[in-house]
Ligand binder design. Sequence first.
Ligand SMILES: [Zn+2]
Length: 170
Amino acid sequence: MLEVQPKDSRGYFMLPQAPEDAGYYVYGNVGGRPNTGRLAQYAHPRLLALIFYIEREWQAIDDRKFGIGNISIAGGAEYDGHATHQNGVEMDIRPVRKDTLVGPAARLTRFDAAYDREATTNLIRLFAEQPMVRIIYFNDDHVQRAIGGARVRSAARHDDHFHVEIWRSP
Ligand SMILES: [Zn+2]
């Protein structure tokens, strides 16, 4: 594959847009809005490395793909008025579904029947076990307790995705 990945002014690459055999798919709030979707997926090199590592680990235990959304926009400008997602060290991931649906229609919350709590716990645990992960936000307290160590905490609006943030330096 000789595809050239777009690179921003910080030297950060855009997350590869989920090739067929990837363990993840990408989603975004596109709808004609600027700086959404793939344009909001510029990642710090250490975050990219983490994604590729977790992707392999996940594929060893589950054949569903996990959905990756907002990371940061090119150059790290403010995104949608939020103070976060400016440094390429944070990303949003959808909870795992009981089915294999991907794409925009695959959005779900932890309250939906399609929400697979056990698989979501497994996925979040893979991230929580990595020392480079600083904090994870997701509002399912069952998941928080299962993982323990206050690695997963609640935050406003984190019902339809979990937020993973890594330390800015090793
Ligand atoms: Zn987030």
